[in-house]
Design a protein around this ligand. Structure first.
Ligand code: CMP
Length: 520
């Protein structure tokens, strides 16, 4: 292998300029071989180190550094003879790469560990990168000055400006991304770990580099979105201003479900799920009467957006069971060829209503003395009505001639005096009746009756009631007794706010009823 470099070079038509006398090429080849062997060993070792996170980030720089270091160590005498600048150039390259690697290691050790210690997201990558670039540039200037004092840095600066302009024009997109990345880091519409939707992609922010922002989606994939396009689009941040996230679910229930019942069941389900926040409270809105269902929107808050899917699914699961237990059906569109006899259906419904009215009347004391025929007449003439919690069934001082018997639920009877102060005088439940005063005396309503829960009442109109009172001689007396008792109770309550009205006596009330209905 004792070839002569000059000979080989001249056989290729090249001339080698040697700075420091002849080179022993057998020695040079040996050194080169040594270099290659050590470098190969290092590369193998480096593969084994891959698992160290810190080394992973500087793998290429480290590799280059070792290569140049080895070149210097093994080939220094040869290089010096080639030209002093070759040796110095490599030495300065080693120094520069050492600075770059050290800065990188310091960056990771300092910022990442600091973030871990403070339990906060690390400083934005783009800011760290730019900081490192500036320090590296300063180090480069210093190294060039130290190793090559003859080099005119001003000329270099001017030419790098020109080159920068050309490169800048050629890489407008990249610069746009860099500037957008800086803007994102200054404005901070999101932080690392926040869940966001950008450009139609939803994920947790992993990092923002000088070129792009990386999201980790729910499917555990990365989406890399260029910073420039993030800066142009609206950003929806689920983790700010608080980690609370409001969820909306829609559900429909069958038309025979009273809305308040459905609402109560849904709220009960939400309250039993621990992942759902107590504050702000969950709410249920009736959003419309659909083609085949009463539609509700359910709103509730969860602590963490990441758990959205599983919590929503849990709510839906539990709703199904709760609805099933409460006899509430979730309708779905079915196509079924049916001959629909609306009249027959109506007849059936009326018959069922009348049966339940009969049962109701049989349980009311007031109507115990009615003959079966009279009770039947009442069952046929009266109608069942439903009221929602909070609704008024009749209002004080309004005209009214309907008599009510409560089938289910509870109502409150309240009286307001001239000064506007009001007081609840009674609460009535299933089997009780009200509205008799106006019906029997022709006066305006003496009180306001409001449903305290969802309530179903039997409404009896004046003509129906009139026929019954004519037929049952005891009814007027029983009613006069109730009327008197209620008037006394009302007076006692109202007297605290407006003293004064005389309470009519039993006989006066009976006489009034008899006169009003022209009873013998
Ligand atoms: P009316 O006056 O027609 O309308 C309001 C109704 O409230 C009234 O008939 C009674 O039926 C009822 N009411 C009034 N005062 C009382 C009371 N003290 N206790 C129970 N019910 C009452």
């Amino acid at each position: 292998m004792a070839t002569n470099l000059s000979e080989t070079a001249s056989s290729w038509g090249m001339q080698v300029v040697l700075g420091g006398g002849p080179i022993d090429f057998s020695d040079a080849s040996l050194r080169l071989l040594g270099l290659l062997v050590v470098y190969a060993l290092f590369t193998v070792l480096q593969r084994a180190w891959r698992r160290f996170r810190l080394l992973g980030g500087i793998a290429i720089q480290l590799n280059l550094l070792v290569l140049v270091l080895l070149t210097l160590a093994f080939l220094a005498p040869v290089l010096v003879r080639l030209h002093r600048y070759v040796h110095d150039g490599l030495a300065s390259a080693v120094l520069f790469m050492g600075v770059v690697i050290s800065l990188r290691i310091l960056d990771v050790l300092f910022f990442d560990n600091l973030a871990q210690w403070r339990k906060r997201p690390p400083a934005p990558q783009v800011v760290r990168d730019i900081g490192r670039w500036i320090l590296s540039l300063l180090a480069l200037v210093w190294i060039v000055r130290a190793y090559f004092p003859g080099v005119n840095l001003n000329v270099l600066a001017v030419s790098s400006l020109v080159i920068g302009y050309i490169v800048g024009n050629a890489t407008q997109d990249t610069l746009g991304n860099l500037i957008a990345g800086l803007a994102l880091n200054t404005e901070r519409p999101f932080q690392i770990g926040d869940w966001v939707t950008v450009n139609g992609h939803t994920g947790a922010v992993v990092d923002t580099t000088w070129r792009a922002t990386r999201l980790r989606t729910k499917a555990d994939d990365y989406v890399v979105i260029p910073n420039a396009s993030i800066a142009r689009e609206p950003i929806l941040n689920f983790s700010r201003p608080t980690r609370h996230h409001g969820c909306y679910l829609s559900i429909g229930v069958s038309y025979d479900t009273p809305p308040n019942k459905a609402r109560a069941v849904v709220l009960g389900v939400l309250q039993a799920i621990p992942e759902i926040c107590r504050e702000p409270e969950p709410s249920v809105f009736l959003t419309g009467y659909g083609d085949f269902s009463i539609n509700f929107t359910i709103k509730f808050f969860i602590e963490d957006y990441v758990r959205l899917d599983s919590i929503q699914s849990g709510v839906m699961d539990r709703l199904w069971y709760a609805f099933r237990r409460e006899g509430i059906s979730i309708p779905f569109p079915v196509q079924e060829a049916r001959q629909y006899d609306a009249a027959a259906e109506e007849r059936e419904r009326r018959a069922a209503d009348q049966e339940s009215v009969r049962q109701l009347l049989a349980g009311v004391d007031l109507f115990q003395s009615l003959s079966p025929a009279e009770r039947e007449r009442m069952a046929t003439g009266a109608r069942l009505e439903m009221y929602a919690r909070g609704e008024a069934l009749c209002r004080q001082n309004e005209e009214g001639s309907t008599f009510y018997v409560i089938r289910s639920g509870q109502v409150a009877v309240s009286v307001t005096n001239a000064g506007g102060a009001s007081a609840v005088v009674a609460q009535l439940g299933a089997g009780a009746f009200f509205g008799e005063m106006s019906l029997l005396t022709g006066e305006k309503r003496s009180a306001t009756v409001t449903a305290e829960t969802d309530a179903e009442v039997l409404a009896v109109s004046k003509p129906v009631f009139s026929a019954i009172i004519q037929a049952d001689s005891q009814l007027a007396e029983k009613l006069a007794a109730v009327l008197e008792k209620r008037a006394v109770a009302r007076q006692a309550t109202v007297a605290t706010v407006s003293p004064g009205h005389p309470v009519p006596t039993y006989s006066a009330l009976l006489a009034r009823i008899r006169h009003f209905f022209a009873l013998g």
